[in-house]
Design a protein around this ligand. Sequence first.
Ligand SMILES: [Zn+2]
Length: 485
Amino acid sequence: MPLGFLDLKRLRIAPAWSKKEFEGLKTPNEYVWRNWREWWGQMNHPSRPPGPRFRYFTVSRPLHLLTDACLAWQPGYTRRVSTIGPARRSNRRRRSRCGRTWFTVLLIVAALAFSQTSLQAGDRTFLGLSLGSSNPPAFWEGPTDNRLFPRPKGVVKAIMLFARFPDAELEEPTEDLFKRLVPEGQAFFKRASYGAMTLAVDVRHRWIPMDHASTSGRYDCHQWATHKTYIAEVVRKTAAEVDYSKYQIVYIVGSKNKGTPDSPTWLASRGTGVQAGRAEVLHAVTFGNDIRNPNWGWQTLAHETGHVFGLPDLYSYRPPTRRYKDYHRHVGFWDLMGFQAPGCEYLAWHKYKLGWLSDENVTVATKSTSTILTPIDEVRGVKAVVVPIGKKEAYVVEVRSRDGPLKSRYGVLCYRVSLTLGTGEGPIQIIPAKPDDGDPELEKRFVTLYHALFFDGPVVIDATHGIKLEIYGREDRGYRISVAR
Ligand SMILES: [Zn+2]
């Protein structure tokens, strides 16, 4: 049921009710959704510590907002206007009777509307998986919250700036760093999005002097608030020359120094960002020393920009040992959000999440079916078969080749996706055709999961859930996949 059910022209709205928060709004639903969006953004703020933040008021909040909106719009409402001044006595009695009637009617309608909304929310699905009614974290494998993350479609505009700390260790031309990060990063997004997205990067080629040493702790990029301090100082020092309202992403490249070793992404919900005149910076990446390592140039830009678009980390935050291959045990190099050196691609699941693949490009096998899969780097065709396992997990297969100098022929890559695991917890895990065999050349280049591709026969036999997924034959460069369940 639409919530804009009040005919406002018929209502007599007293001047006292034009409290600031209701000004400029035409219907109660505008008020409800505006506040709901704001509240939801705050509750899902990436800087909030993990915990039960998503549970509080999930049910009561929209109803509460709706009640407030209805109260504000119906005659006789006085509770919210006490700061403006009491209504005249003679009108108050008349209004309060009328108000009670309105209030009762509206509460019933609101309850009906809300019960329908919550039912629909409970039934929502994403590639065959149920989203339920729980509130997800910001970074997960379900649908992206585009109130918090920009949509990677059309032209996404970014500005690149360079910050020089007093303890800088090198004299570097900014042009070299720009070339290292941007042109290939732009080519990646163009290619990976099948032309759906263009990353446009403006640049100011000068070093902005920072007030304090990189090691001072003031710019600690692992704490949301101090990371913001770093970004805010650069924004403040460039406010006269940059119109920040034109950009969705701010890239800041730091001079080589001890205090900024890596390249984290910073995100803010509306109202908590870095103010730049009337503009507000909400998405920034600060590039650290790691971009100077081999394979950590444009790939780092692509990885961090993936976070700006809501993708979680696929490497392990808690590896069983400190061996490098254990950090990358979940997906290895098969997605840029994991080990970023040789893969240089996103999995089909991520491409769907980013909106670059549509429902036509994915077969969701809730029943037995057979589909021809074409390679992920070709524009048309079905790119993934998703086989849900219960409500929160799925097997996925797509056609890939192992990239780089040791490029393999196209084969079928299989992985398991979970909606209950968040960033760094292994929300996607590759199911390899064969385990690593310690091949020194492959190990050096790919670290792990280099024998992941299947070329024929069964891919998944899951007796517990009654699922058999197998390669049924080759079709040109693609594969026929059959699912029995
Ligand atoms: Zn990351």
